[in-house]
Structure formats: C-alpha cells, structure tokens
Design a protein around this ligand. Sequence first.
Ligand code: ASP
Length: 435
Amino acid sequence: MSAITCKFGGSSLADTQAFKRVSDIIAANPGRRFIVPSAPGKRRPDDKKITDLLYAWHSLATQGLDVSEPRGIIAARFEQLAVELKVDFNIHEHIEAIASAENASPGPDFMASRGEYLNGLLLAKLLEAEFVDAADFIKFDEEGGLDPCTYDLLGARLKGPGRFVIPGFYGSLPDGTIKTFSRGGSDVTGAIVARASSSDLYENWTDVPGFLMADPAIVPESHRIDEITYQELRELSYMGAKVLHDEAIFPVRQPGIPINIRSTKEPDNPGTMILPRRDATQLICGIAGRKGFTMLNIEKTLMNKERGFGRRVLAVLEEHGVSFEHMPTGIDTMSIIVEDEELLNHGAAIVKGIERTCEPDRVSLNPGLALIATVGQGMAGHTGVAGRLCMALAEAEVNIRVIDQGSSENNIIIGVEEDDLERAVRAIYHEFADA
Ligand code: ASP
C-alpha cells in the first residue's frame, strides 16, 4: 500500500460540512496516513480566517487593547465545530492557555501558529489519529532556515501503524520559540512531512481542482493542467499562478515525490499532478502574467566594447539592495526589469548612481510594464513557437515591449503595457490551448 501525505487547506476545513468531506476523503484510502491541516479559513467571502484573527489578537494585546472580540470569535468557531462534529474538545481550556502564554509575549508567530495547532488537535480527535506537535519535530536553525535534522526526527516519529495529524505552518527555533513559515506555509509543512515519512505521494487538497492553464479571471474557459513538472510550476507560480506556496516544491523535489493538487469539493476530479518529469507532448502547459514592473533603460554608444559596464550597473542596484528579474541587451542598450515593490523609492537614486559610475548617454525609468510567462518543456528544440506567440499578439494588437527566453527554452517571457495584459494572455491561450 502506498503511503500518502494529505494537506488540507483552510477553506477545506472552514466548517462542519468541510470537516466531514475531509474525513470521508481520508477514510476512502487507507494509504492517507499523514494528515497536515491548515487553520480554519473563510466560510463566506466576508468571513475572517482564524489565522488573521490570531494576528489581530496579538496586535491588540501588544497595544494593551481589549482582545475579547477576536478571542471570542475564535473560541466560538472551534466550539461550534467540536459540538457539531461531536468531538470531545474543550476549546475554553486551550484559549485560556493561549491567553496566559500571550501574557509572556511569545511573539506573533506563536499566536498565528495556534490556529493550526488547535485544528490539528480537533482533527486528530475526529479521525482517532495520533497528534504530533510540529514544534517538537520541525526545526529551524538560528537563521530561520529549515534544519535538515527535521527529516530524521520527524521520520522517526512517524514510524509505525495508524494515522498521524501534524499541524501545518510552524516549527520551532533552537531555543524552542515557535516560528511559522510565511503565509500559506502549511503547504511547506505538507512537503516536509511527505519527505520525512517517505510518502509515495503528496496530496495537496484545496478548493480548486488543480492548476488551470491560465488565470480563470482572465480566461474563464481555461483548461485544467493534467501534468506539470516542478520546474514548469515554479516558473508559473513565480509569475503569479498561485495555488501552492513557492517553497513547497523544495522538500519533495530531491526525493522526487509527486504532488497532486485536488479539490475537496470535487473529490473525484484527478486534479493536477506535479512531477519530476513529464511526457512533453504538449508544447505549452501554462501562461501566467503579472503587472507591476519597471524597465530601467540605459543607452551608451559603444557600450558593447566597454569592459565592466554591466558589472558597474548591477553594482548600483546591489548598493540599493534591489534585485532584478531580466536583463535583455542590445549592442548599445541595456534594459533591466525590476519589480516595482523591489524598486520602491530607490528609482531616482539608482538613475543618479548609474549616471555617476557608468556615464551613459541616456538612462530612464519606464514603469507600467506587465510580464507574461508562456511555459512548457515541449518548446525546447521546437521551431516556430515564438513565431506563433508573436503572431497571436500581433493579431490581438498587443505591442511587445520586451521579449526574453532563457537557455532552457522552456519559458518565453514577454513584457507588454499593463493595460494589454489580459488581452495578451487570452491571445496566447487561444493560440496554444488545443495544440
Ligand atoms: N493559516 C496560515 C495562513 O493563513 C497558513 C496556511 O493556511 O497555510 O497563512
């Protein structure tokens, strides 16, 4: 029997019905033995996530303000779940314990982690599974990176028969203080548990039936992606396709454990399989785009002959702590694409620094750029893909401001005006979706 790690997101554990669906999914396959829950999420669009309420509780407490509102809502939600699920779970004792720990100022991470902790305890009772506190087995080093000892520690704890519930989102620092991953980090816990338990599969259960080829807000008829590689997924997620936390790939990539994204609302839908390799019969597997980039354009006659020009330009960016995305060049021109959030208010100082150290003919900042990644391993060595892409954009009357393709040939990046983003994504989708 293959061993499966299942992570359930907050929307899949938001209310009693959702918990029952999760319990049925787990019961349907005895291999589903390692269960990683998030904290309860929103039940309706205007609802509050438990994690957000816990952050609010912490913030009010540190300002010496009244915490009874978030505290009361959290207690009431867990109480309702326990009563409706008929689980013996004294939420009030736990809330008291959290409140007295909060008095000792344990920090926001401790408070935020309590959503997963409480949900893990509740789910373990419902499933009659063993509860394993992530604080004791998921270890961070002094710098906040994952300590590799985690895999052996947790692996040893997860030996033996039966089911285990390991709350997502947190672990502990060497001094025992609780530390969380960044938001959405239960995905990372799931990947760590999958590797530590030598699972054959990591099922990531959420409220969408896998990855779509393009953002459904832009292309409502978008197809689901059946199979995608870790690398393709990374490229798409980086450009804005968000279903899985960016760091969730790393723990499973080395042992090659596949990740299956599935929806608890459609348990029969096979979802998307994320694999080390795939049969690249399809040219393009996905298209993703994001607004919010600025192009730094530099011109200088005979730039191509000047030794160290690029290094001096990049040193200016480094001095301001700014990282860049792409750097397409011409003979006498160089463009550097930077995310607006990264550039913040360093733009003018960077321009001055380049003028001083590189003496260019012209240097300017050009905001309002959107980047679109068209990703697929099937593109490598295949003629005509960029041609078709450019034709599709021309027909949609989208001007390409910049184009870039890395040496792996599995990703073509184009830059367009922000207002053209949606039209461009639709044009590329319709060119390649059925190819
Ligand atoms: N509950 C945490 C959050 O809201 C972690 C997670 O759901 O993965 O970010």
